[in-house]
Design a protein. Structure first.
Length: 340
């Protein structure tokens, strides 16, 4: 069954989150799709602790703090998130609405689609291991979509960032055996996650090896072992049936390029009154769009989200009159926000 909503948003970064707020003020419901496993987009994935100095009213704020504040702001509107899913298809239905599909099989039907995908989708980096493509999707996975899929598996996780540590901790209770490998005994992850991992290793619930994966061994897409190489360059065979490498992410436009939109150097051309693309009902806000005078700033994306919401209202509710109101003086808006 398809999910029906007012607006489908591709991207749950700061601009996508603020769009939820602006749309919510107009009583428009939203579903958001993001390939990452958490909200925040580039702010939380690439620089969660990096200070940002040009957000109005916040002299200094980190990427994670900004995301947390935006999530708090949209709470009254109960947006639905579909994390760990890539927007893979877009189809115009006979009733004029759009059907957005994801690579996880989710279908979202809405009169309006908003692309707030930043520079595109975050795509996992493939490890430089010969023949890894033959195992992808069967016994090599770059993301955890359903934890239950890994129950009873002999899992090897590679990486030293937050994703590697988080999934080591979360999958440990489900796996028959779990080993984490990293090329050094130091991590780029939150310290509390590192401490949890070390405690699991100390109690024998997981294994931790300072090593690198050099080769995969198996047949018909199914792993049976890998070759590991230690810091001393000695190699050995490690038995496993599942390999989950977390080697970072890269930005690619991905399937959005196949949506039939008018692209200019991999950016979506929009007008400056509504930030609508040349395809009616599809809007683009934030770094993914282009127009004369465009500045790739978070504050610019916030402005674009506000104007997009006004235009989206007329598409979703064509028979209703839009009354412009200020949150500072409108009791009805304050009631929606829970501050009346």
């Amino acid at each position: 069954m398809s999910i029906e909503t007012d607006v489908a948003i591709i991207g749950a970064g700061p601009i996508g989150l603020f769009a939820v707020f602006e749309l919510g003020l107009l009583d428009l419901k939203t579903h958001l799709v993001d390939i990452l496993d958490r909200p925040g987009g580039q702010c939380t994935e690439l620089y969660p602790e990096k200070p940002i100095y040009d957000v109005p009213g916040l002299p200094i704020v980190t990427g994670q703090e900004l995301t947390d504040r935006l999530l708090e702001q949209v709470k009254p509107f109960h947006p639905a998130f579909h994390f760990g899913e890539m927007a893979s298809g877009l189809e115009k239905l006979s009733d004029g609405r759009w059907k957005l599909t994801t690579d996880a099989g989710t279908e979202i039907v809405a009169p309006v689609v908003v692309v707030a995908a930043g520079g595109g989708s975050f795509v996992p980096k493939r490890p430089p291991i010969a023949g890894i493509e033959a195992y992808e999707g069967k016994s090599v996975h770059y993301a955890v979509r359903r934890m239950e899929q890994f129950r009873g598996k002999n899992i090897l996780i590679a990486g030293g960032g937050d994703s590697a540590l988080d999934w080591t901790i979360n999958l440990a209770p489900l796996a028959a055996k779990l080993t984490l490998v990293h090329h050094r005994d130091g991590f780029r992850a939150a310290q509390h996650s590192v401490n949890q991992m070390r405690e699991l290793a100390a109690h024998g619930r997981i294994n931790f090896e300072i090593a690198s994966v050099k080769a995969l061994h198996g047949a018909d897409g199914q792993l049976h072992s890998v070759t590991l190489s230690g810091a001393d360059k000695k190699e050995w065979e490690h038995l496993c049936d599942t390999f989950i490498p977390f080697f970072g992410l890269t930005m690619k436009l991905g399937p959005i390029a196949d949506f039939g939109l008018n692209l200019t150097e991999n950016l979506i051309a929009v007008d400056t009154a509504k930030f609508e693309s040349t395809t009616p009902g599809i809007f683009a806000i934030g770094d993914i769009n282009t127009y004369p005078g465009k500045l790739k700033l978070i504050l610019s994306g916030f402005h674009e989200a506000a104007l997009m919401a006004q235009a989206a209202f007329h598409i979703v509710k064509p028979n209703e009159k839009l009354r412009f109101q200020y949150t500072t003086s409108s009791s009805s808006l304050q009631k929606k926000l829970g501050v009346a």
